[in-house]
Design a protein around this ligand. Structure first.
Ligand code: CU
Length: 172
């Protein structure tokens, strides 16, 4: 029974390691659908509120989902955002399912270019902050992805081994 107890302990530790590494990996890049789950890219969603509830990091991406007959997406600078003007747009999209990768730290501004929509609140400001900043701070930067993979691999190996031991003891 000693071995069985040890095996269970090893299995629990291994599972915890795998879970924590998976969480770090997941934090590395997150995909967001703008406005979801309560809204989308539309005239009803409060984007200030939506943004405030989330933290965006480099590598994350945001998807604007909407009917292309009703809206579009224009990336603008701060002046354009403040004035609801797409005169000097950075880029524009109109597929109805536009994925934008937040490549670097900084602020990105988007609005709907259809007349009156931005003035009705259809604009969003995304602050992209460093991974070490914000409430969901990741572990120190010294933990490289490669090290994480090795740890995850070792954890998974131990988990499989421990499960095999426990399974074999079921026949005792
Ligand atoms: Cu619109």
């Amino acid at each position: 029974m000693e071995i069985r107890r040890l095996a269970l302990l090893v299995m629990a530790v291994a599972a915890a390691v795998v879970a924590s590494v998976a969480r770090v990996a997941a934090a590395a890049a997150t995909s967001y659908t703008v406005g979801a789950p309560d809204g989308l890219w539309d005239m009803h969603t409060d984007y200030g509120e939506w943004v405030a509830a989330r933290t965006f990091h480099p590598g994350d991406n945001i998807t604007f989902t909407y009917s292309r007959e009703l809206h579009d997406v224009v990336e603008v600078g701060k002046a354009g955002y403040d004035a609801c003007s797409n005169a000097n747009n950075v880029s524009s999209f109109r597929s109805g399912n536009d994925v934008v990768t937040l490549t670097a730290v900084g602020t990105r501004y988007f609005l709907c270019g259809l007349t009156g929509h931005c003035d009705s609140g259809m604009k969003i400001r995304i602050d992209v902050v460093d991974v070490t900043a914000g409430p969901t701070a990741a572990p120190p930067a010294t933990t490289s992805t490669a090290a994480g993979c090795i740890v995850a691999g070792a954890g998974l190996g131990a988990l499989v081994l421990a499960q095999a031991i426990v399974a074999s003891m079921a026949f005792w």
